[in-house]
Design a protein around this ligand. Structure first.
Ligand SMILES: [Fe+2]
Ligand SMILES: [Fe+2]
Length: 241
């Protein structure tokens, strides 16, 4: 039930579609000397994600469990993973570590400083502190520098059962989701703050070639352009209306 696609060399998208929510929940596995899983997925999805990781590597060898912010689809299965993988350490912002993760995790998290780099073997992850982008004050993102892949959590959130990777307009799809959410309990899903635009501009300057998106298709193409379009769209939908 969980689909696996290689979206960059040795970087895999694990995708589980939940029909009731019309939403994909994606995790990203960097298969490496020190394997890194970005997002655990919901606790209830653990059996499916665990099985999918097992198709790619021995799950007990997982070394890093990265995520953007403290929320169930980002790190809800952290405990399950840490029981199974004795060296698996949470990887998150200092704020997430100090405020939430060290209180619930089996062992202390590695809290990353803005700009800090973690080399896992062939992959090189740079941490960007991005408060309230996509949301939550503890938010941060990882940029895989060797292949130019931005692990961008809830940014570019798209609904539906979608193709693993696309070169088409993910911003248009993300716009539709935000408009639909305005009608229900998920209104206020993303904030728009005075820092939003410059945070997205900073991410764009990394010139990502692939966007690893938590909900919906990954994007291949001009990531800087996509992030500029996203900034304009968020301003339009969240701030000016
Ligand atoms: Fe989130
Ligand atoms: Fe999410």
């Amino acid at each position: 039930m969980t689909e696996i696609s290689e979206i960059a060399p040795e970087l895999f998208r694990l995708s589980t579609y939940i029909p009731k929510m019309d939403l994909q929940f994606n995790q990203f596995l960097a298969r490496d000397e020190e394997p890194l899983l970005f997002h655990t997925g919901l606790k209830k999805l653990f059996p499916a994600v665990h099985e999918a990781v097992g198709r790619l590597m021995n799950p007990s060898q997982l070394r890093w469990i990265g995520f953007s912010h403290f929320e169930a689809d980002e790190c809800g299965a952290l405990d399950e993973w840490q029981r199974l993988a004795p060296n698996a350490t949470a990887l998150c912002s200092q704020v997430a570590k100090l405020v939430s993760v060290d209180d619930v995790a089996a062992r202390p998290a590695k809290g990353l400083l803005d700009g800090e780099v973690l080399v896992t073997g062939q992959h090189r992850f740079r941490f960007l502190q991005t408060p309230h982008v996509p949301h939550a004050w503890d938010a941060g993102l990882l940029f895989e520098e060797s292949e130019g892949t931005l692990l961008c959590s809830d940014l570019f959130h798209q609904a539906g059962s979608l193709e693993p990777i696309t070169e088409s307009d993910v911003v248009g799809r993300a716009r539709q989701v935000l408009i639909d959410y305005q009608e229900g309990p998920f209104d206020h899903y993303l904030p728009y703050t005075k820092h939003t635009e410059k945070t997205l501009e900073r991410l764009g300057k990394l010139k990502p070639r692939t966007l690893a998106i938590m909900h919906g298709s990954a994007f291949a193409g001009d990531g800087e352009r996509a992030l500029k379009d996203l900034a304009r769209m968020l301003r339009d939908v969240l701030y000016e209306t």
